[in-house]
Design a binder for this molecule. Structure first.
Ligand code: MRU
Length: 369
């Protein structure tokens, strides 16, 4: 993604392997955006677990990418105790799996590294050769399973955007959420680069404000015409006829096409359906969980009620501050994802092309063969 710092534009990813030998993983610390560009260096599996759990990084594909790097750290740490390698490695993978429950990409990445390491152990590879193979797998996973897929989502999705399209998106399914390019934003960037005029309405996305803080920051860095809207304004803009298409990301997709995404997505899909506005989910196929039949089985994360009670922001002095917006003593609920039933989804923009919800089942049987 392009980031402007001190008048210069630089290209940066949301997370990367800064030092392959020591296993240092560097990430843009998303807790401080859009106010400050800070970095978080993780030098251990424990710190990577902390980063995923506490929103240093977030967004399903970035969680997957950070997890694959964490799994590489797990290999490095286990290699310190060669006699107990498997036990130590497995313990760390299990810890990383507990970081967040909903985004399937976390499990896809960890299972990919786990099976790879088990295969190497079974074929009698030495520990140093397992370490170097794990490093290669982690880097390739980010390039091919994440970035290349995002690029293809952009190519397929651009075709459904007209010159002048007014797009509504929710949460942050941009580069910060998908290491680079993004999923929901990939078609938008592609259309923009091809010279199409695009306007993006960004839901602020209470309670953590991923839209207002992150998507608005990303899109404005790219120079795209962007309007942040309150979550409550989305239905009205649709009713007015000012939205041509809705594109969101996904955290986990069931075989029947039901989709978990950021809380509030379901209400958007209902409003889009009522106003006959196409509703697309832009996602790599690595977000499809082949073990889950319907949305009812998707585990939905419920986070601390403090995320509802308090809001972070920048004071006029430039200091960051947290303010309470609810009465003392009142209780809150904070489910952070919801399920959009497949019948409300027009299509999935994937790296393989645009797929109808009822085609997911077939796709899964092909992918798991
Ligand atoms: O809780 P978050 O910020 O990790 O949730 C992120 C989302 O819901 C995104 O829309 C989704 O992961 C798609 S990311 C390309």
């Amino acid at each position: 993604m392009k980031i402007r710092i001190d008048g210069k534009t630089i290209d940066m990813r949301a997370v990367w392997l800064e030092d392959p030998t020591r296993g240092i993983v560097r990430m843009i610390d998303q807790r401080y955006l859009p106010w400050k560009l800070k970095f978080y260096d993780s030098i251990s599996v424990k710190e990577t677990f902390y980063a995923i759990k506490n929103f240093v990084v977030r967004g399903a594909p970035t969680i997957g990418g950070t997890a694959i790097l964490g799994a590489y750290q797990a290999v490095l740490e286990a290699a310190q105790k060669p006699k107990k390698f498997l036990r130590e490695f497995r313990r760390r993978i299990e810890l990383l799996k507990k970081a967040r429950p909903t985004a399937y990409n976390l499990f896809h990445a960890l299972n990919t590294m786990y099976s790879h390491v088990i295969d190497l152990l079974e074929s009698g590879e030495s520990i140093p050769s397992i370490v170097s193979s794990a490093r290669e797998l982690a880097t390739n996973y980010i390039e091919e399973e994440i970035l290349e897929k995002n690029r293809r989502i952009g190519i397929h999705g651009e075709r459904i955007l007209d010159d002048g399209s007014r797009i509504l998106t929710h949460c942050n399914a941009g580069a910060l959420a998908a290491i680079d390019i993004g999923t929901a934003t990939a078609p938008i960037y592609h259309a923009y680069e091809k010279g199409k005029r695009v306007v993006v309405y960004v839901d602020e996305t209470r309670p953590w404000l991923q839209g207002a803080r992150l998507t608005a920051w990303e899109l404005s860095q790219q120079g795209i015409e962007t309007y942040v809207i309150s979550d409550n304004a989305a239905g009205y803009l649709m009713w007015l006829g000012e939205v041509d298409i809705v594109i969101v990301g996904a955290d986990r997709i069931a075989i029947n096409g039901d989709t978990a995404n950021k809380i509030g997505t379901y209400k958007l899909a209902l409003a889009a359906h009522d106003n006959k506005i196409p509703f697309y989910v832009a996602t790599p196929t690595t977000t499809i969980d082949p073990t889950i039949n319907s949305g009812k089985e998707i585990p939905i994360e419920e986070r601390s009620e403090d995320e509802v009670h308090f809001v972070w922001g920048e004071l006029d002095t430039g200091e960051l501050s947290r303010v309470r917006i609810t009465p003392q003593g009142v209780k809150a609920r904070n489910p952070v994802f919801d399920i959009t039933p497949s019948h409300l989804i027009t299509g999935f923009i994937t790296e393989l092309g645009i797929i109808a919800p009822n085609e997911i089942r077939n796709l899964v049987s092909k992918l798991v063969q």
